[in-house]
Design a protein around this ligand. Structure first.
Ligand code: AMP
Ligand code: MG
Length: 328
C-alpha cells in the first residue's frame, strides 16, 4: 500500500494493475488502451469476458476520445455530477477495444470524485478500466486493506486513499437509447437525473440480461447467508431460514432496531452478534461492505440485515442487499 501517485502512474503505463481509490469502491485499474493489461483484470477477478468495464476519465473533455458521438444529455449531467458517482453508457468510438465493451457497440464512462484517482488519471492523461478490486461475485472493497486482503500479489500496487466516501458502486445511466434509463442504482437517483434533464428517467428493472450484463441476480455476496428484512416486525419470518449452527450477525441502522430483532428472535439470543449500527442510509452505504466482510471474519453462518428505507441511496443499498442475499 502506498500514497505514491507517480508509482501508480508508472505501473499503469507499464501495463500493470493498480488498486485505485474512488469515492464509490476501490477499482482494479488497468490502462484502458492496453489489451494485455485489461485481459489480466478479467483473469485476476475471475470475471466473465462478456461483462464490460467502466472507463474512468480525468475530465469530461476525454469523452470525445471514447464515444462515437457525445449525446446532448451528457452536458447537463456532467456539469452537475462529474466528478462523481455517475457512469454514462454511450455509443463507443471505433478504437475502443472489445475487451472493454464486452463486444458491444457501447462504452461506459465516468469521472470519479477522488483526489488521488483524479491525479493518477490526469498524469496518465488517458482512461483506465476499473471494475471493483475484488474477486468476481464477492463483496466490493471500500478500503485499501480490503483490496490487499482480496487480491494479494495479483495486484501490482494499491494506492491508499482512505475509506471510500460513498461506499456503493456508481449509478449507471444509459444515454445511448431513445430515452435515458438507469441500469444500476447508486448515490445519484433517477429523480435527480430527471430534474437535470427535464425529462422522465426510468429505472430498468430486468435482471442479468443484455442491457446491463453485470447486474446479476447474485453478486456482492459474503460467505455467510444474507437474510434481509424490511421491518422489525418481520424479524420472526427469517427464523426458519437461520442455519442450524453458527453465530448470526445482525446489521441495522440503530440500536433500537438491534434490540427489536433480539426481542423477535428470543430463541436465538445466545447466537446473535450485534454489529455496530450504521446510522442513516448514507451511513449504511458507507459501512455496508465493511460490515459484510466483518461477518465473514467473525465466521458467522448468517447475517440478518434490517434494510434501510427505499429513499435516496437507500435504493442502491437495498439493491446490493438483494443481490448479496441471492447468493444463497
Ligand atoms: P463494475 O462491475 O462496477 O465494474 O461495473 C461494470 C458494469 O457496468 C457492468 O457489469 C455493466 O453492468 C455496466 N456496463 C459497463 N459497460 C456497459 C455497457 N457498454 N453497456 C451496458 N452496461 C455496461
Ligand atoms: Mg464489482
Amino acid at each position: 500500500m502506498t500514497r505514491d501517485v507517480d508509482a501508480a502512474v508508472a505501473v499503469l503505463r507499464a501495463g500493470g494493475l493498480v488498486g485505485l481509490p474512488t469515492e464509490t469502491v476501490y477499482g482494479l485499474a488497468a490502462h484502458a488502451r492496453n489489451p494485455k493489461a485489461v485481459r489480466r483484470v478479467f483473469t485476476v477477478k475471475g470475471r466473465p469476458p462478456t461483462h464490460p468495464l467502466i472507463v474512468h476519465l480525468p475530465d469530461v473533455s476525454h469523452v470525445a476520445r471514447w464515444a462515437a458521438t457525445v449525446p446532448d444529455t451528457l452536458g447537463p449531467l456532467a456539469a452537475a455530477l462529474w466528478p462523481g458517482p455517475l457512469t454514462v453508457v454511450v455509443r463507443a468510438g471505433p478504437d475502443v477495444m472489445a475487451e472493454i465493451t464486452g463486444g458491444r457497440d457501447t462504452v461506459a464512462l465516468r469521472v470519479p470524485a477522488h483526489p488521488l484517482a483524479l491525479e493518477v488519471l490526469g498524469r496518465l492523461d488517458d482512461g483506465v478500466a476499473a471494475p471493483s478490486a475484488n474477486r468476481f461475485g464477492g463483496v466490493s472493497p471500500t478500503t485499501a486493506a480490503h483490496v490487499v486482503a482480496d487480491l494479494g500479489d495479483d495486484v501490482d500496487l494499491v494506492l491508499d486513499g482512505g475509506p471510500c466516501a460513498v461506499g456503493v458502486e456508481s449509478t449507471i445511466v444509459d444515454l445511448g437509447g431513445a430515452r435515458p434509463e438507469v441500469l444500476r442504482t447508486g448515490a445519484v437517483s433517477a429523480s435527480q437525473l430527471s430534474s437535470l434533464l427535464g425529462a422522465e428517467v426510468v429505472t430498468w428493472s430486468g435482471d442479468g440480461d443484455a442491457r446491463a450484463p453485470g447486474m446479476l441476480a447474485s453478486h456482492y455476496a459474503p460467505h455467510a447467508a444474507v437474510l434481509v428484512i424490511d421491518e422489525i416486525g418481520a424479524a420472526g419470518v427469517v427464523t426458519r431460514r437461520i442455519p442450524e449452527v453458527g453465530a448470526v450477525a445482525v446489521l441495522a441502522s440503530t440500536t433500537g432496531q438491534l434490540d427489536a430483532v433480539r426481542a423477535a428472535l428470543a430463541g436465538f439470543d445466545d447466537r446473535l452478534v450485534d454489529l455496530e449500527p450504521v446510522g442513516d442510509a448514507d451511513g449504511f452505504a458507507h459501512e455496508l461492505y465493511d460490515r459484510l466482510r466483518q461477518v465473514d471474519r467473525l465466521g458467522c453462518a448468517a447475517v440478518i440485515v434490517v434494510a434501510p428505507p427505499p429513499e435516496g441511496i437507500g435504493v442502491a443499498v437495498r439493491d446490493r442487499l438483494t443481490r448479496a442475499a441471492a447468493g444463497e
